[in-house]
Design a protein around this ligand. Structure first.
Ligand code: PGA
Length: 303
């Protein structure tokens, strides 16, 4: 049996996550020597070095990577135990941690806000991240649930769709096609498109759509946020394909228009996702039920 303490694991987890002794110390309200000492003790107990130092940077060794995997799941188990006890105390004081793909950040705060009004005592955290990190978090069971546009087949996940996610073609208001009706895909092929980064759900859906239609798009600059694409489209650098959720404000204020193009919008859905067989806390169950029952209606009534 390894004689290590939970405190050492927590310190290790923070150093590994932040790749820095000093930031881990800050994060945990400890001094840097205290953090270094905990790591040294942990290395002694395990009998292996956990971090390599190259210049100012530190890197996990093979042993460090193994320990990171175990410490994540041990700490997650503890968080789950905590939420079971919260459940026993009722819905008054629990925690709910949701991670969302970047596009979902356009509507999730609103939904969480409504939910929070019903259960004001709970503490909510919303982590907005890219798809790759989201998949990593799901694989390591690091949050209660994730909201994403396309659950991956390769992980063992439970996913339910709760709302439509139409992808539309956006253009600046003075674009020659701004007022055209049912523009053909052949005409669209002549345009340049600004695209999201590899790995974005929006990008994957867009590529799949045009491949199915046998259309080769001309793509311009690749950008990693919806905001950057909207700005670039307004600046006349090309057209964009984005979720309708991201452009509500620009459409309302007439900074952008949605083009009327054949076969558009691309019809997608938002999914609430967690690991198969995950033990959801009472609060997480309530939030999931709330999403499945009320999201379309709530967003319509507030938009
Ligand atoms: P994303 O959106 O493009 O921001 O990754 C999520 C998705 O649509 O899957």
């Amino acid at each position: 049996m390894l004689h290590l303490t939970l405190r050492q694991l927590k310190v290790f987890e923070a150093v590994a996550r932040l790749s820095s002794y000093s930031r881990a110390a800050e994060n945990l309200h400890l001094t840097q020597p205290a953090v270094s000492m905990q790591i040294r003790q942990l290395e002694e107990v395990i009998g292996l070095i956990l971090f390599d130092q190259l210049g100012k940077k530190i890197y996990l060794t093979e042993a460090g990577k193994e320990l990171q995997r175990y410490s994540r799941s041990i700490l997650q188990q503890l968080a789950e135990a905590e939420s079971v006890f919260d459940d026993m105390k009722g819905m008054r004081h629990g925690k709910l941690a949701i991670s969302v793909a970047s596009t979902a950040s356009y509507f999730m705060p609103q939904l969480l806000g409504q939910f929070n009004k019903k259960f004001p005592g709970i503490s909510l955290s919303l982590n907005v991240t890219n798809r790759e990190t989201l998949l990593n978090q799901l694989a390591h069971n690091e949050m209660d649930m994730a909201i994403m546009g396309r659950p991956p087949a390769e992980l063992d996940l439970e996913a339910q769709s709760f709302m439509e996610n139409p992808l539309v073609i956006i253009a600046p208001v003075n674009h020659p096609l701004a007022n055209a009706r049912t523009v053909s895909l052949a005409r669209i092929q002549q345009e340049t498109f600004l695209v999201r980064e590899q790995g974005s759900g929006t990008r994957i859906a867009m590529e799949r759509f045009f491949t199915d239609q046998n259309i080769q798009l001309t793509t311009g600059i690749e950008m990693s946020t919806n905001e950057a694409i909207k700005q670039a489209v307004q600046a006349g650098m090309g057209l964009g394909i984005l979720s309708l959720h991201t452009v509500a404000l620009e459409l309302e204020t007439r900074r952008l228009v949605v083009l009327d193009v054949e076969s558009f919008p691309i019809r997608r859905h938002w999914y609430v996702v967690h690991r198969q067989g995950k033990r959801l806390s009472t609060i997480a169950q309530a939030f999931k039920a709330y999403l499945l029952d009320e999201s379309e209606h709530l967003l319509k009534s507030t938009s």
